[in-house]
Design a protein around this ligand. Structure first.
Ligand SMILES: Cc1ncc(COP(=O)(O)O)c(C=O)c1O
Length: 511
């Protein structure tokens, strides 16, 4: 019911012009709360003015046809919070001291404050140009999503069993915590990394992180200063670049060639860089493997200059044409490499579990950062992942995923070759969960991505991977999350999109 104070006065008080106060008896919200909110909203919106009288509790209760108690409770609250005040001989009024003008603008436009709210100073690092990772035109999960994995093959049953068992055992809610992460998980990861990725490490050097993104962030905070020049691969992984930019580092884009990052160019561009961020096992996005000579060159530069190498080994587990490539860290004799890994590709990106292998002497700095940031990762899932590794499920899952991804890759490569033939070049299909398609003569890869999104294709424009101006245009196509039966049709749709673009560009311009 609505009480309109502009209606004929209920009491002996002088008529006041006040807005509507209403209650809804069917609402789950208590009546006193509704009265309180109605008044508060009206005051904040400027619909009730300082000094304006409000009706007595008795009159309002009568009008609203509710008992007096909720009205008394609401008034008491409004008095206590300073929205109301009592005036001798007059009764209850809206408080005089309220800065109504400012309050009104605040509530009417909460998302776009008016100019009089004073300066709104945010961190200058957030003001750097931001190229969003997910472009506005992409929504949902279409074919070729580069971040997706084969979730339909995630071992849900085993996982559920492990989660249930851990929960029953009260895992993850103890008070003992280690900023480095769960020791059993670190031990399991160390065993895995030594045997599968030729990483030189023991559990003490491993810090569990919230995905590799968090690993990069911790590394940057521990080792770099604002203004530190850092080499990044060009084209490269823009989420890592974002971390570096946000930390105020100076990005030095260093081109990649068939052997990976061009170290000689890097030295020319910035010999004294403080670090290099690289993806040696499977360059993101172009997919080449860093050659041994480049690895040695990079390590030699880092040792000579006292620079750090941040190795992002995000999908090194999946190789289709050759045996696994050993990590760069395994070649490092001077403790220059910070090795970052993740469970995002081998299990699921939603788990947010990754790890950093830290040279021993740097451990205190990383721990210092962790103490000052999030005090470490959540423990329950770490326990589940530990069991998953220790009980052999991980090795089994990895084996079957290798077979599955190999098939998806072959289906995609064949479909692309059949459909596009010599019209496009495929690069970087030897490993990982994505490849790059370079259609001949393409000089804008963003517009086709927009058109493709309408066909439920999730294409990633190669140009977005460049820090500077793009020298190549194409599409980063993920096949990890695209079922093989969907691939041929998706490739056909892609061809149509490209044909549409080509015809549009050949069409004579209208006079
Ligand atoms: C180059 C690169 N590094 C790392 C990752 C994984 O990041 P995270 O562990 O934060 O999920 C990805 C995922 O797509 C990637 O492409």
């Amino acid at each position: 019911m609505i009480y309109d104070h502009r209606a004929p006065p209920m009491t002996k008080r002088p008529a006041t012009s006040v807005p509507l106060i209403g209650v809804d008896r069917k609402s789950a919200e208590p009546l006193h709360r509704q009265v309180y909110e109605s008044y508060r909203g009206a005051v904040l919106a400027g619909r009730l003015r300082p000094g304006q009288m409000v009706p007595s509790t008795r009159a309002l209760a009568l009008e609203l046809q509710i008992s007096r108690m909720p009205v008394l409770t609401a008034y008491a609250q409004l008095l206590a919070e300073g929205y109301f005040e009592t005036r001798a001989g007059i009764g209850t009024v809206i408080s005089e001291g309220l800065p109504v003008q400012r309050l009104a603008s605040r509530t009417i436009q909460p998302s776009a404050p008016s100019a009089d709210v004073g300066p709104r100073i945010v961190a200058s690092r957030c003001l750097t140009p931001y190229r969003p990772f997910l472009p506005a035109w992409i929504s949902g999960r279409g074919a070729f999503n580069v971040g997706a994995v084969a979730l339909e093959h995630f071992p849900h049953r085993t996982w559920t069993r492990l989660v249930t068992r851990s929960a029953r055992n009260g895992a993850g809610i103890g008070s003992a915590r280690d900023v480095m992460g769960s020791l059993p998980l670190r031990e399991a990861i160390a065993d895995y990394l030594r045997t599968s990725r030729a990483v030189n490490c023991v559990a003490d050097q491993i810090m569990i992180t919230n995905g590799s993104q968090n690993g990069v962030e911790l590394t940057v905070r521990a080792l770099l200063d604002p203004g530190s020049p850092v080499w990044v691969e060009e084209p490269g992984y823009q989420l890592a670049r974002d971390v570096l930019s946000m930390a105020g580092c100076r990005i030095v884009p260093v081109p990649v060639d068939q052997q990976g990052i061009d170290v000689a160019r890097g030295i020319k561009l910035s010999r004294n860089a403080r670090a290099a961020f690289v993806t040696p096992s499977h360059q993101f996005p172009l997919g080449m493997t860093m050659s041994v000579s480049r690895r040695l060159e990079l390590l030699a530069w880092a040792s000579k200059q006292g620079a750090w190498i941040i190795e992002d080994d995000y999908d090194g587990e999946f190789r289709y044409e050759s045996k696994q490539i050993a990590s760069l860290q395994g070649l490092d004799r001077d403790g220059r490499v910070i090795y970052i890994g993740t469970f995002s590709k081998v299990l699921s990106p939603a788990l947010r579990i990754g790890y950093v292998v830290i040279p021993r002497d740097l451990l205190p700095y990383f721990m210092r950062v962790r103490w000052a940031t999030d005090l470490g990762s959540e423990e329950f899932i770490q326990g589940v992942v530990t069991d998953f590794l220790r009980e052999g499920h991980f090795a089994r899952h990895l084996r079957s995923m290798r077979i599955l991804y190999r098939e998806r890759r072959s289906v995609l490569v064949e479909a692309l070759e059949r459909s596009l033939g010599s019209e496009a070049q495929i690069v970087g299909a030897e490993a990982g969960l994505h490849l790059v398609l370079l259609p001949k003569g393409l000089n804008d890869d963003v517009e086709p991505c927009k058109a493709a999104a309408l066909e439920q294709l999730w294409l990633w424009p190669l140009s977005q991977c460049y820090y500077g101006p793009a020298t190549e245009h194409g599409f980063v196509l993920g096949f990890g999350g695209t079922p093989p039966e969907r691939i041929p049709k998706a490739v056909k749709q892609l061809k149509e999109v490209l044909r549409g673009r080509r015809q549009a560009s050949l069409r004579p311009a209208r006079p």
